[in-house]
Design a protein around this ligand. Structure first.
Ligand code: ADP
Ligand code: MG
Length: 351
């Protein structure tokens, strides 16, 4: 008699849950690349090279000379929530690594084929093993290797048809990958970076680990911008509240581009902040010819308690406390987005 059937509640298969969660962490090839790059940096690598096929949808291969992964850890390497970087929640307060959630590699195995070759210091051979849905496919096999880790992510989104279809333009995805590497290449000047398309002999990015910051900017963004850079530094001068330090390079009035490039790191983490970018564009508009845009590299250091890095699985957003330690001021927060995510153009205040 006119009653609507009440749908029954069922528990989702773990595989379904994991694939849904994976889509949140790995939104596009550039977000996978960013996670891999951060892992290499966390492993202490001083040399990182990337090879990409079809904008990363066919292949992202990253090789580093970091500390490698021990044989004993290989079985759980790609399980969800397995990490070597924190032990307790409190560790987040003092964390110095870029990763901590233990979700990136796991996520990749739910939406792609992942293969690892790794060797630790003092070993005579390395191991090669592939992963699917969080687990090893067979036992690790001994193989020739050098100290460090190589990870291949193949056929990204092979099982997420709608997502795969959304990426119609591999060259757009490739340029997003180059963008992430470019930004890290100028922040991490002690590390050499390279990136090329599979099959090409020419690299699209190449920096040496001995480069100065301006050398790195020249290598990545070109001599046109490197020639017009002004060094900037700032800090709060009240020593009792000495909590904020900024330094960077910004382009002079002689430089102009069609689009603003703002490379922003807060406590060594790559972030986006469109409200800051807009404010800076307004300042530059007074000195630059119409429709000309600046280049900025800005690195900010502040106490970790003012930056909440754990508000989103991609760590794309970071929550900054605007009062910066002034106790009686209202706690207002400014969300900042991390590079490489999907909603880069979404207004920050909507997130
Ligand atoms: P997280 O970085 O949050 O710990 P990931 O899923 O990105 O989680 O990586 C899981 C673990 O795998 C890391 O904690 C680290 O121990 C190891 N790992 C991943 N990539 C590398 C690498 N390139 N070199 C050495 N260890 C790695
Ligand atoms: Mg990681």
């Amino acid at each position: 008699s006119g009653r609507t059937a009440v749908p029954s509640i069922k528990r989702l298969d773990e595989a379904v849950v994991n694939r849904i969660a994976a889509g949140e962490v790995i939104q596009r090839p550039a977000s996978a690349l960013k996670e891999l790059l951060e892992n290499s940096l966390d492993a202490g690598a001083t040399s990182i090279s990337v090879v990409v096929k079809e904008g990363g949808l066919k292949l992202i291969q990253i090789s580093d000379n970091g500390h490698g992964i021990s044989y004993e850890d290989l079985p759980i390497l790609c399980e969800r929530h397995t990490t070597s970087k924190i032990n307790s929640y409190e560790d987040l307060q003092t964390i110095t690594t870029l990763g901590f959630r233990g979700e990136a590699l796991a996520s990749m195995t739910f939406v792609a084929h992942l293969t690892v070759i790794t060797m630790t210091e003092g070993q005579i051979h390395g191991y090669r093993v592939s992963y699917k849905d969080g687990a090893m496919e067979g036992e690790p096999r001994p193989c020739a290797a050098i100290k460090g880790t190589q990870i291949m992510v193949e056929n990204l989104f092979y099982n997420v048809i709608a997502r795969k279809k959304a990426f119609k333009n591999p060259s757009e995805e490739y340029s997003r990958i180059l963008d992430v590497i470019s930004r890290y290449a100028i922040q991490k000047i002690g590390v050499s970076f390279s990136c090329k398309k599979h099959g090409d002999s020419r690299t699209d990015i190449h920096t040496d680990s001995t480069s100065s910051r301006t050398d790195a900017i020249r290598a990545v963004y070109g001599p046109g911008v490197a020639r017009e850079l002004v060094s900037v530094t700032a800090s709060d001068d009240d020593p009792s509240h000495s909590i904020f330090k900024m330094d960077g390079y910004i382009s002079s009035a002689n430089y102009s581009a069609k689009k603003t490039t703002m490379v922003l790191f807060i406590n060594d983490r790559l972030v986006e902040c469109s409200s800051l970018k807009k404010a800076i564009e307004v300042v530059y508009a007074a000195i630059l010819p119409k429709a000309s845009k600046p280049f900025l590299y800005i690195s900010i250091a502040m106490p970790p308690e003012h930056v909440d890095i754990n508000i989103h699985p991609t760590k794309r957003e970071t929550l900054l406390s605007r009062s910066l330690g002034v106790p009686d001021e209202a706690e207002e927060s400014m969300p900042v987005q991390t590079q490489g995510g999907r909603n880069l153009k979404a207004p920050v205040n909507k997130l």
